[in-house]
Design a protein around this ligand. Structure first.
Ligand code: NAI
Length: 388
């Protein structure tokens, strides 16, 4: 199969509606399916607003916008998946519900239709297990908001046919996306490698080394990150970010590297979820003033470097465990979460032997497995290499 004409998306929530929009803008007929009329109505109304704005901004002509909109069919009728080249599932993150949908889909689509899941925390193998033809099941992990974020992680499971992976990669390129291939391991690339950005920042706060505002200032002003970790967690939602951390932690059999923070758990419990609830680490109510950071650059650089070396170590360890190629890890972090530089190239700039020295110093200080250096980092340094 070389070209897609029609695809279906199951689940018209924030991700599904975004994925359907991307496919329609790439010229495909799209069937967007949800169990509830409310979700479909909401998606339909959002599209009208989004496309009105695109026309106002001159990104599309009214005629083009109407054509794209006309290609999206909103329905509760699952049988309309018939004739699709691919179905992308973006429903609730529950294995039992996803398995049921995948088994049902198999009875409705053609034999050569690919079945993709947008899951961010379940294994693709566990979803594929519900299918008679697991070789056509694959992970296709978009980032929120799907129409704006260029990265897509393609996640073949152990049972996925190689041709399916290759074909979907070519489709994603045709949709204007940047595809990377990730191993079916917890967090795939981005949600694994990015963990220290949140986790180590929280740890620095929990130890009383610096406050939220100072840590955010150091990461942005000294490190060049677009958003500081606390601002970003408030933006993502502390409930969502906490749930991802907890899921990655549990999936890695409680590896202390991914240990969640009580601070974030408490915020999540009390409902201080961030921007969406009006309060998180920061106060978003009208007239509130942001706390002032301590802009002492020596202090700031120490904070920045501690988070950076943890990120470098995580990226190097992902190469070690063959989660993805070095090139795809660089793409994932710059295009999926807008890091200012690829972490592997940045680690080389910092100096791999310095990264190892800093990691070992943290390990010596805390005697926690959380700070163990990747075997690959240690190996490269002992071989005198400064790049992967
Ligand atoms: P959402 O809650 O906004 O939307 C889910 C939609 O699926 C709802 O409209 C619901 O009515 C519908 N649905 C539930 N069961 C269904 C069924 N059996 N058949 C048809 N429709 C059904 O969820 P969201 O945030 O869009 O997430 C969807 C998936 O995407 C999840 O697997 C999530 O882990 C993943 N994901 C979410 C990201 C995010 O930032 N929200 C990012 C990347 C992946």
């Amino acid at each position: 199969m070389s070209e897609t004409l029609k695809i279906s998306v199951i689940g018209a929530g924030s991700m599904g509606s975004g994925i359907a929009q991307v496919a329609a803008q790439a010229g495909l007929e799209v069937c967007l399916i949800d169990t509830t009329d409310e979700a479909l109505e909401y998606a339909g109304k959002s599209y009208v607003k989004i496309f009105d704005r695109l026309v106002e901004k001159g990104k599309l002509s009214r005629e083009e916008a109407d054509k794209v909109l006309g290609r999206i069919d909103l329905t509760t009728d699952m049988s309309l998946v018939d004739g699709s080249s691919m179905v992308v599932e973006a429903i609730v993150e529950r294995l039992d519900v996803k398995q049921k949908v995948f088994a049902q889909l198999e009875s409705l689509v053609d034999e050569d239709c690919y079945l993709a899941s947008n899951t961010s925390s379940l294994s693709i193998a566990s979803i594929a297990a519900a299918c008679k033809h697991p070789e056509r099941v694959i992970g296709l992990h978009f980032f929120n908001p799907a129409p704006l974020m260029p990265l897509v992680e393609i996640v073949p499971s152990v049972s996925t046919d190689e041709n399916v992976t290759e074909t979907i990669k070519s489709w994603m390129l045709a949709w204007g996306k940047i595809p990377v291939i990730a191993k079916d391991t917890p967090g795939f690339i981005v949600n694994r490698v990015a963990r220290p950005y949140y986790g180590e920042a929280l740890r620095i706060y929990d130890e009383g080394i610096a406050d939220f505002a100072t840590i955010d200032w150091a990461m942005k002003e000294l490190g060049g990150f677009r958003m500081g970790p606390f601002e970003l967690m408030d933006y993502i939602g502390n409930d969502v970010n906490y749930a991802v951390t907890e899921s990655v932690f549990q999936s890695f059999y409680n590896d202390p590297r991914y240990k969640p923070s009580f601070t974030q758990k408490r915020l999540s419990e009390i409902g201080w979820l961030g921007r969406k609830s009006g309060k998180g680490y920061y106060d978003y109510s009208e007239g509130s003033q942001d706390p002032k950071p301590n802009t002492d650059s020596v202090h700031g650089t120490a904070i920045l470097n501690r988070v950076l070396v943890m990120l470098f170590n995580e990226a190097i360890d992902a190469v070690f465990w063959q989660v993805a190629s070095a090139e795809d890890i660089e793409l994932a972090m710059t295009k999926g979460v807008n890091y200012p530089k690829g972490l592997l190239a940045w680690a080389s700039e910092y100096g791999l032997s310095q990264v190892l020295t800093d990691m070992d110093a943290l390990y010596d200080e805390y005697r926690e497995d959380r700070y163990r250096a990747s075997a690959l980092l240690r190996r490269m340094v002992s071989e005198g290499r400064n790049s992967i």
